[in-house]
Design a protein. Structure first.
Length: 173
């Protein structure tokens, strides 16, 4: 004989199992969140040299920020937001700060004259090459044009075949 079991009625045992399962899942979730949050505290520190900006780059950034402050100050004065006395005081303060930044940049070698001279020489060479290329193109175009013996009857200026008006006097050819 086979016995058919009747379905279990939900009782204390199944509720207790479900509650225990929920507690375990919540505990796992809490542990996971705590591990995620605490990971940076226990991980080895990254290379400090890579994280720290270069001193020269920092000075250049501060110089640029000072220039921006002077530009904003000038703009505010032109709009009438600052009095002449405040403007003069603040402008001198920012100018002194910018001068100090420039001196520090020069002391670190940021104002290397040899490198600047080399860059200028390269730029001049590129400009000469470009100017030569333009002159060659102009000479080629001029050589491609054929001089004409056709002349305007009004002003005796030469013109190309197919022109309808004179380039010098504007009369119809």
């Amino acid at each position: 004989m086979s016995y058919i079991r009747a379905p279990e009625k939900p009782g204390k045992g199944s509720r207790l199992k479900r509650f225990a399962l929920e507690i375990i899942l919540i505990a796992l979730l809490v542990v996971g969140v705590i591990a995620f949050i605490a990971y940076p505290l226990f991980s080895p520190p990254r290379e400090k040299i890579a994280a720290m900006p270069n001193a020269l780059e920092t000075l250049i950034a501060q110089r640029d920020a000072t220039y921006d402050a002077i530009r904003d100050l000038d703009f505010d004065f032109q709009l009438g937001k600052l009095s002449a006395g405040d403007y003069a005081t603040l402008r001198e303060k920012y100018k002194a700060r910018a001068a100090l930044m420039l001196q520090q940049i020069d002391a670190l070698g940021g104002g290397n004259g040899a490198a600047e001279a080399q860059i200028e020489a390269q730029v001049a060479q590129l400009r000469r090459a470009k100017a030569d290329a333009i002159e060659d193109e102009v000479a080629r175009v001029r050589a491609a044009r054929k001089p004409t013996d056709i002349r305007c009857r009004h002003c005796d200026a030469p013109y190309q075949a197919g022109d309808q008006f004179c380039a010098r006097c504007g009369n119809r050819i």
